[in-house]
Design a binder for this molecule. Structure first.
Ligand SMILES: *Cc1c(COP(=O)(O)O)cnc(C)c1O
Length: 383
């Protein structure tokens, strides 16, 4: 194997442009003497509220906790009862599904759209999943592309469903459609959203971090209490809660990077455009590119290699110095922890995608010229 010329992701490279400011912010927290909660966390929460247009933000420990706290809060509030159903896309990272089962709810998987690779917004397909126990739908803005349109919004309202967005991959994306509460921003389209600041995400912490975004003050207060031992005031525990707080040192790191999110997202868009303009080959399907509205922040750039040649393609690309990845190699409904719960035959599109998808390098460290060069390698690749 030749040397790897194009790494899939180098987190050191991602954070290098911010290194001096990150050190300064870390020192600020060290000198403050405040290591739980406090000003850094509150300031980050306000900055995320301003970015998305939602009034309430609660910093939490990570993206999975954000989602499970939202669902658990709805249970504590009596909005959901144990065993109620939440519709989740079949093509997602397993955390979306884990959040539902952790809260004592039942994940009902919906197949995905072959073009957007997101949850189907086909009304008939969604209607077929509804039972008398359906209480919520969780659109996942996968790979950074907003999973939202008027059909999805109408479906949710018609059935009185809560809309809980998994916004782990799409902070900063803007839908061409209005959300339920008037904002078009991912994370503020539905009733509540979970965000992840895992280091590989478009805004990555230097460790684990996440946030809950919502329009519902009561939900926000319940999440905040649940994340703090279920305590609404000192030594008074109204819920059997957890410790899922956001560390101020991570909040400080994130505040350094959040201001550059729109530029970072624009850089990702430029790389995706270079790929789309270069890759031109039978059997390879490039992702859909939309025009003026930035409804995709390109967390991943995912192509499809058809004809059962995906693994050969990846191996040949690696021989040519290009590292790739798969998001995700094993779908949630095939994972051993859910053995016997789902029938893969119900998700034909997700199952096809699982065998064809390949993620190409798109993070900081991959230039527009690199993307074009990788595109040319793909066009002449023997595999
Ligand atoms: C990363 C991710 C999560 C989980 O976030 P963590 O911060 O890693 O817990 C949930 N859903 C999706 C779609 C993700 O990509």
């Amino acid at each position: 194997m030749k040397d790897i010329k194009y790494r899939f992701l180098d987190l050191g490279e991602v954070n290098r442009p911010y290194a001096a400011q990150l050190r300064e912010a870390a020192c600020r927290v060290i000198d403050s003497g405040r290591y739980i909660g406090g000003e850094e966390v509150a300031a980050l929460e306000s900055e995320i509220a301003a970015l998305t247009g939602a009034p309430f933000v609660v910093g939490v420990s990570n993206g999975l906790d954000a989602l499970r706290l939202i669902l658990r809060a709805y249970v504590e509030m009596g909005t959901f009862a144990p065993g109620d159903e939440v519709i989740v896309p079949a093509n997602t990272y397993i955390a979306s599904v884990l959040a539902v089962s952790d809260a004592g709810l039942r994940p009902v998987l919906a197949d995905v759209d072959p073009v957007t690779m997101n949850i189907t917004t086909d009304t008939e397909a969604l209607e077929a999943l509804v039972t008398e126990r359906t209480r919520a739908i969780m659109p996942v803005h996968l790979y950074g592309r907003v999973a939202w349109d008027d059909r999805l919004a109408d479906f949710a309202s018609r059935h009185g469903l809560k809309v809980v967005e998994d916004c782990a991959q799409a902070l900063g994306a803007r839908s061409p459609y209005q959300g339920l509460h008037g904002s078009p921003m991912a994370g503020a389209l539905g009733d509540a959203a979970g965000v992840s600041f895992y280091p590989t995400k478009n805004v990555g912490a230097l460790g684990d971090a996440g946030a809950v975004i919502t329009f519902d003050s009561r939900l926000a207060a319940t999440v905040r209490a649940l994340a703090n031992y279920g305590s609404d005031r000192r030594y008074h525990n109204i819920y059997r809660g957890f410790n899922c707080r956001l560390d101020p040192i991570q909040a400080a790191m994130l505040r350094v990077k959040l201001g550059s999110l729109s530029r970072e997202n624009a850089d990702r868009f430029a790389r995706a455009t270079a790929y789309n303009n270069t890759i031109d080959r039978e059997g390879i399907i490039v992702p859909m590119m939309s025009g003026a509205v930035v409804d995709n922040v390109w967390h991943q750039y995912v192509i499809r290699v058809t004809g059962g040649r995906r693994d050969a393609f990846r191996a040949a690309l690696l021989e040519n110095g290009v590292e790739t990845d798969i998001h995700y190699a094993v779908p949630p409904y095939e994972q051993p922890c859910y053995a016997g719960e789902f029938d893969p035959a119900h998700y034909p599109v997700a199952s096809t995608l699982a065998g064809e998808i390949v993620s190409l390098p798109i993070a900081t460290g991959t230039s527009v010229a690199d993307a074009a060069a990788i595109g040319r390698i793909i066009n002449s690749l023997e595999f």
